[in-house]
Design a protein around this ligand. Sequence first.
Ligand code: ADP
Ligand code: MG
Length: 364
Amino acid sequence: MNRANTDFEFDDDAPLLEVTDLEVTYRTRSGGLVAVDRIDFTVDENEIFGLVGESGCGKSTVAQAMLGLLPSNGEVSAGSIEFRGVDLTDLEKRELDTLRWEHVSLISQGAMNSLNPVLRISNQIVEAIQAHRDVSTEEARERTAELFEMVGLDPGRMDDYPHQFSGGMKQRAYIAMSLALDPDLIIADEPTTALDVIVQDQILKRLKELRDELGISVIIISHDISVIAETCNRLGVMYSGKLMEYGDLRDIFANPYNPYTLGLQNAFPTLRGDQSDLISIPGSPPDIAALPEGCRFRARCPFATAECDTAHPPLEEVAEDHYSACYHHERIESMRTDAQRRRTWERLRDDATAGTAAVEDADD
Ligand code: ADP
Ligand code: MG
């Protein structure tokens, strides 16, 4: 049934996905920009892995690198991305085209708006199936109806055009398409960002159920830590091309070790009380064309000291399957308490407006 012939062979004993020392560089007129800077993570069978961080941190770049879908000026400049033991960065385009949809599906950021407006949704899914499988249109339509049911859409609507669907329905249709060829891993880049909270919740629940029913793994990428909190088993918190905190989600939420994670937790409503409790992290991530020498989060961190200017801190194991990159893990108890106070973060804003580089002695 499989049309394409491939030169790679999976190793069933290898982890589902193992990203090692991954570096991605974009060529620009002013030189190379390192958007993903030597990160490591693994995703296991039947796991939902979350990748979270503010806009511009490199999350979509990681997703695109996995399937060879980087923009033409982007390249994996170091490291490897092994899927069942096959390094995807070594594959040719033809091989990646085979792997995509069959083994790994990417629901890219804004995918639901990329459905072809002049084609019936059923025809788009049938086309995707027939591009990979030698099946009749009737068989492909049957599969499409089955996929509609899987994602909670009425198969009676499969011949509709995209404009007849709401945003949530379009996203479900795109998820249906991504499942068409039984992949083992789905990467969903900001799958619910444009949707209202209730629809977001339904879609995330559905992804979770699909994980259970089909035994697949999912990577959910989001700037919103509350989306990740309710859906994932494991988590990577990204900042400015680096992983700041990584590992078991429950442990990270119960015992966060990284000031950036503490800041993200304050900034989203469902995790801590109501809207009035929201405290945003002042400022924005550094320009990747002019990165500071020290910790990437240094300028926005209320707990930074002179040590943080030396170099970006390495990830350290702080508990089982729990890693954080910070020089101040030994002060974590007081940092957790202070991070919940609005004043802690506002002081940083005040200092920035006053023209001071950052708080020098804020915590000594
Ligand atoms: P995220 O998905 O976390 O918002 P991205 O992966 O889209 O972040 O972008 C990471 C960084 O790479 C950003 O600083 C962005 O401006 C830069 N970037 C993305 N695409 C390109 C490109 N084609 N050329 C140059 N820089 C890019
Ligand atoms: Mg993105």
